[in-house]
Design a protein around this ligand. Sequence first.
Ligand code: HEM
Ligand code: HEM
Length: 248
Amino acid sequence: MTRFLDNMKLSALATAIAFAAMASAQESGGSSSAASAGAAQQAAEAAELKELAPLFAKLHKMTMAHGTIMCLAFVIFFPAGSFVIRLGKFKGAIYVHAAIQMFAYMMAIAGMGMGSWIAHAPKKLGRRTLFHEYHPIIGYTIIAALVFQPALGALHHAVYVREGRRSIWSYLHVWWGRIVLTLAIIQGGLGLRFANNTHGGKIAYGVVAGLVWISWLGVAVWHDTKKAKTQTVVEKRSDSEEMTPIGG
Ligand code: HEM
Ligand code: HEM
């Protein structure tokens, strides 16, 4: 149930209660014509709600689809792409990483389209859109923040192939990716709150997203420390090689 639907349901309920109260007050006051006017208005309200039912149904489906596609992209696919680059010991792991990340990014862009439709929906009922809310604002920031990731990844790869070392592009790509994807995983939880999802839904998301994040971070830290150690060993070895007298 979306927050917007909740609000609509509440206001419809409030109207119904108000009319019922008005009708009973008027009945006890003896004015039956006013009571029937109230009942007619109530019937008109119900007819209007019935007319709006298809819009509400679409809104509900769209919110579920938006939440699902975003969670799949940020909690399953992007972390899977990170695991591939760290644990994939096969030739071409970088291309699999690039393909998974690009696929996940396209999913997120589709999700952004759905999110925009949902945020715009209240306008159809003469209400304020949801674009000013934190969730959509953070969402657009996340999608925009990832726009240079593919180019950074490609730049890192080009330098790495040529010079066999990490460059500024590597650190930007890896750390910007880690920061923005972490923010996006938190954003999923905020989305569930924003949409008034069930308590169970929020807990389930928290557990799965938390486990995925911790394992991803664990693998990343393990990889970085391993890389730093190998680098130190290589540097020490080349230092001692330089100091060893030739032929000694
Ligand atoms: C890109 C811009 C985004 C926009 C415009 C947007 C907009 C929205 C809107 C309007 C809702 C429904 C709130 C309601 O019904 O009251 C929503 C729900 C949600 N959003 Fe977003 N969102 C965006 C990005 C994201 C991102 C990056 C995530 C990350 C995972 C995300 C995850 C969710 C989730 C999980 C829900 C709850 C769905 C449900 O409970 O069925 N959204 N979003
Ligand atoms: C939206 C697209 C992308 C995102 C979000 C992304 C994200 C990431 C992240 C988070 C990492 C670090 C994994 C970790 O935590 O240890 C990473 C590493 C890497 N990515 Fe991407 N990536 C994207 C696209 C690409 C592309 C298109 C390429 C190549 C053409 C690429 C090449 C690499 C490489 C080579 C590494 C390892 C870098 C190193 O260890 O120095 N990525 N990526």
